[in-house]
Write a protein that binds this ligand. Structure first.
Ligand code: MG
Length: 386
């Protein structure tokens, strides 16, 4: 892991928050439905009051957010409370090493990695705030006012209507869910394609619903369409020989990465690459510390790096800063399903204009949660200090 050294800070206090926001329209993917919008946040504070915010991926299973909150409270925070670090990578190394046997015993590598990823983001936010610089800058990026963004998470029902709403909100690229009924999927592809305006594009996301024979058959029907990428057509653990057969057959670039959970998996994807787009999720595995070198390696391999993200505002802003720091021709995933936790957790919430997401220039993430406004949505809270 690449190491960034800063003046040391000592973790004196930690707070864990779990929120659940009710929504009217469920968010549908081919593997499950979200009936509310959860978020797990962690806030760390140094002895001089410097603080940092992180977010943990927790969309599934439906009961998973509180579990991750409790994992932070009962297992992970005690490993760093009272300790002094001069590098976020040192803290992540310690957390990963010390939780190794527990990961094996519990067979819960996912929730543990997601919780560590949230802590990693909080540590980077802290170090950047202490340095008085925006997060993208301490990650090694040049000054930037915005990153390209696309509207994501578009449901298979009323797809075209939602695309039109997103256009009105400032987006020029869209990604909608397929992997349901094939006839409806094709209808949505035809409708959106026929209604695109000049300079616009769209991608489609199968969420791992197909097998190779079906994927070969369905993608034969995509030859007349211009599609930015086809996301997770196969389960992420499908052998690379099958991915390569599909990549050779399909003219649309294949995308995956949100469910990769080790450096080895990424390394495999770079060698003799079959993916045109790789999409690490910093709240799901690796945080910023382990994803920064991976994102740079993705670009070096000539592949497009597009951060994956679907959650509250803190993780979104951290993803935007990483994309700004790494560069390339990637685009930020911005979930467009109603979720009050997106703007309320990231205040002031950046604007989207002409397909670009504005990047805060204030220190760290450049945003903070408006806790007063969302206390009623809190399902779990714990404060720990030394
Ligand atoms: Mg996806």
């Amino acid at each position: 892991m690449e190491k960034h050294i800063f003046p040391p800070l000592t973790i004196k206090k930690a707070e864990v928050f779990v929120f659940r926001a009710p929504i009217e329209t469920p968010v549908r993917t081919s593997f499950g439905i979200m009936y509310d919008r959860p978020a797990v946040l962690v806030r760390l504070e140094d002895s001089d009051g410097t603080y940092g915010w992180g977010e943990v991926w927790c969309n599934f299973p439906a009961c998973g957010a509180e579990h991750r909150g409790r994992l932070l409270e009962t297992v992970l925070l005690s490993l760093i409370l009272g300790k002094t670090f001069e590098s976020p990578e040192d803290a992540i190394h310690l957390l990963t090493t010390k939780s190794h046997v527990l990961r094996l015993q519990t067979d819960e590598p996912g929730p543990i990695a997601q919780s560590i990823a949230g802590l990693d983001i909080a540590l980077w936010d802290m170090f950047a705030r202490r340095a008085g610089k925006p997060l993208y800058s301490v990650l090694g990026g040049e000054e930037k006012a915005f990153v390209p963004a696309y509207a994501s998470g578009i449901n298979p029902v009323d797809t075209l209507k939602i695309v039109e709403r997103c256009r009105d909100e400032g987006f020029t690229a869209f990604k909608f869910k397929i992997g349901f009924d094939a006839a409806r999927d094709m209808r949505n592809i035809e409708d959106v394609s026929a209604n695109l305006q000049k300079g616009e594009g769209f991608a489609i996301d199968v969420n791992q619903a197909w097998d190779l024979p079906f994927a070969l058959e369905f993608t034969s029907r995509l030859r007349d369409y211009s599609i930015l990428w086809l996301e997770e057509p196969l389960p992420c653990d499908t052998h690379c020989s099958q991915w390569k057969i599909l990549a050779a057959h399909c003219q649309v670039p294949l995308a995956a990465g949100e469910n990769f959970r080790s450096e080895e998996t990424y390394r495999e994807a770079f060698a003799d690459p079959w993916l045109g787009v790789i999409q690490p999720d910093i709240c799901k595995w690796g945080g910023l510390s382990r994803t920064l070198p991976i994102a740079k390696a993705i670009l070096k391999a000539g592949i497009r790096y597009c951060p994956h993200y679907l959650g509250g505002g803190i993780g979104l802003l951290a993803s935007a800063h990483l994309l700004a720091a790494v560069g390339g021709d990637g685009t930020l995933e911005v979930d467009i399903n109603p979720n009050p936790l997106r703007p309320l957790l990231a205040d002031p919430y950046p604007q989207v204009k002409a397909g670009n997401f504005s990047l805060p220039s204030a220190p760290g993430l450049g945003v903070i949660p408006q806790l007063g406004e969302i206390t009623s949505l809190r399902t779990f809270y714990k404060e720990l200090s030394t």
